[in-house]
Design a protein around this ligand. Structure first.
Ligand SMILES: C[S@@+](CC[C@H](N)C(=O)[O-])C[C@H]1O[C@@H](n2cnc3c(N)ncnc32)[C@H](O)[C@@H]1O
Length: 226
């Protein structure tokens, strides 16, 4: 928590949004109050590992955070000088992100949006320096299949120089009601198997709320088309 003060009305709006959704996945970035629902997992551990892997290539860089949830990862890097754009398919999440952006320094923008082949086609080379796909791709593989994800990864890595992916594993046991595990490949890096010339570096493994198995997070750099 910070010692920042926000109006009661802002806090009430955020609390009302928090209780609406399926879950509260992330902490509120720099939260000036203790929310009534605890987050499922922290974000700071992943942000610090990613930050360390970026060295001094942060200030002024443009970030696309796909499946941004409550905006923690976007805002962490925006406060350190990046220009961030978070998208999420859940309007409640985007509304909370916009509230939190109000008390965080820096250039952050949040919008309702989904990762689809069509959205990927609209990314111009140079539009983003980095993209985050943290714990979101398994939901999309479940719906669209592995081949569609491989096609999207080929396009994304030819348009964005460095991406970070945190990947769910086929051997995880999803929470009740979820069946994404059976759609995932044995090797989580198979999403890149139709790409060429990528440099893939593991940067850590992280606890999730799903179970005892940690998820790997990779930095992936490719050759961007000009
Ligand atoms: C498991 S949470 C991960 C949140 C965040 N990336 C993290 O790791 O802290 C997945 C998020 O992705 C969003 N999501 C699911 N499918 C999506 C899609 N096709 N495009 C964009 N966001 C999506 C969900 O609404 C949710 O906020």
């Amino acid at each position: 928590m910070t010692d920042l003060c926000i109006p009661d009305a802002t806090r009430d709006r955020i609390e009302a949004l928090l209780v609406q959704g399926k879950n509260v996945y992330q902490p509120l970035y720099n939260a000036p109050f203790a929310p009534s629902i605890a987050p499922l997992r922290p974000c700071d551990d992943r942000c610090r590992a990613v930050e360390a892997s970026m060295g001094d290539r942060i200030a002024g860089r443009k970030l696309w955070d796909v499946g941004c949830s409550l905006g923690y990862n976007t805002l962490y890097f925006v406060e350190r000088g990046m220009i961030g754009h978070g998208i999420d398919i859940d309007p409640r999440n985007v509304a909370i992100c916009n509230e939190i952006a109000g008390w965080t320094r820096g250039e952050a923008r949040f919008s309702l949006g989904a990762l689809t082949p069509e959205t990927v086609e609209t990314i111009a080379p140079g539009e983003y320096d980095y993209a985050f796909f943290f714990s979101v791709l398994h939901h999309i593989i479940e719906v669209r299949g592995l081949a569609a994800m491989q096609d999207m990864m080929r396009e994304i890595t030819s348009r964005i120089p460095t991406i970070y992916v945190e990947l769910a594993l086929r051997r995880e046991i999803p929470p009740p009601g979820y069946t994404w595990d059976r759609h995932l490949p044995e090797d989580e890096l198979a999403i890149f198997s139709t790409c060429s010339g990528l440099d893939i570096t593991p940067i850590g493994r992280f606890d999730t709320h799903v179970g005892p198995m940690q998820r790997p997070l990779y930095r992936v750099s490719g050759k961007v088309r000009s």
